[in-house]
Design a protein around this ligand. Structure first.
Ligand code: ATP
Length: 302
């Protein structure tokens, strides 16, 4: 497999804090790679280091096969577009003027890509309207337009869905999918909204405490998400005793709700619960969510 980005032993220390702790990540070419981690896991630090905004304390990474210590790394960075934290936008300028400004700072000889990029992010019709008057979703998309102006092969987005309303989230999702499918841009993004991430990501990197807990493709993840049966009963303590006797794995969610993770016949369960004086109110099959998978990876603590 060809990788756009690979990190090895990547470490970033801030005083005693290890924001990245010997982190290994592999972003395949053509992927939409979702970084998943709770607050402070190291997601932004990783994106900043990869973009050259921050130097690693130890370890290394390669971008498009070029090592971070190589002189060629500056050239290769031109193939990367990024929006990290708030996009750099001039509020008193229109979308087009903002992109002209971006072309100037990138030393681009012409503005010819601007109409195409504005149309790719759905801002072609904003005319003279100043960016300060844009909605948050429009500002985010303008930030992405600025990142796209240099025609990057890798787009890095830190929490692109943050603060967007449902419509803005849908537009952002469609934009990311379109850039990936039609322009073959590899996307590396972080997001707190796991459900949203699962609608776009082809690969995941789960990180915690600056370490990579697991890298997995969306297909592999789909196969490994356990199918469980959620039950509502009058008393999950009685349910737990019954399930222990059957030797079946389970997870208690509340006094009345639990997930049964192993195979068990419904009639045997109902009969045993009846014998134990526990009422069974409801039972339905459900797929473990991405969130559930992540919580399990973290050992149940979030
Ligand atoms: P969030 O989702 O909250 O943005 P994150 O996963 O992006 O979190 P980082 O911002 O990378 O996490 O932070 C990782 C750790 O490094 C945190 O403990 C944070 O406090 C610390 N950290 C990040 N930047 C700095 C800095 N400039 N100085 C000191 N500590 C920092």
């Amino acid at each position: 497999m060809e990788y756009v980005l690979q990190t090895s032993g990547l470490t970033k220390k801030y005083g005693r804090t290890r924001a990245l702790d010997a982190l290994t990540a592999n972003v395949p070419k053509g992927a939409i790679y979702g970084l998943v981690g709770r607050n402070g896991a190291g997601k932004t630090t990783l994106l900043r280091v990869v973009c050259g905004l921050s130097l690693p304390t130890a370890g290394e990474y390669t971008l498009f096969g070029v090592g971070c210590g190589s002189r060629k790394i500056t050239d290769v960075r031109r193939r990367v577009g990024a929006v990290i934290e708030a996009p750099a936008i001039y509020s008193d300028m229109s979308a087009e003027e903002n992109l002209r400004q971006m072309c100037i700072s990138l030393g681009m000889p012409s503005y010819e890509r601007i109409p195409e990029v504005l149309s790719a992010v759905g801002l072609a019709d904003t005319g003279k309207k100043r960016a300060g008057k844009f909605s948050l979703g429009m500002r985010q998309r303008l930030g992405i337009a600025a990142a796209l102006i240099g025609d990057p092969d890798l787009l890095i987005l830190d929490e692109p869905m943050n603060g967007l309303d449902p419509q803005g989230i849908i537009e952002m999702r469609e934009l990311i999918l379109r850039l990936n499918r039609e322009r073959r841009v590899t996307v590396l993004l972080s997001s707190h909204i796991l459900d949203e991430l699962s609608r776009v990501a082809t690969h995941y990197g789960f990180i915690d405490g600056g370490r990579m807990l697991k890298e997995i493709s969306a297909d592999e993840l789909e196969r490994s998400l356990c199918k469980c049966v959620r039950v509502e009963v009058s008393d999950t303590k009685l349910l737990a005793a019954v399930l222990d006797a059957f030797g079946v794995e389970y997870r208690i969610n509340s006094e009345r709700e639990a997930d049964i993770l192993g195979e068990l016949s419904v009639s045997r369960l109902a009969e045993a619960l009846g014998g134990a004086g526990c009422e069974l109110y409801a039972l339905h099959e459900r797929d473990e969510s991405l969130e559930g998978y992540f919580i399990n990876l973290l050992g149940g603590a979030v």
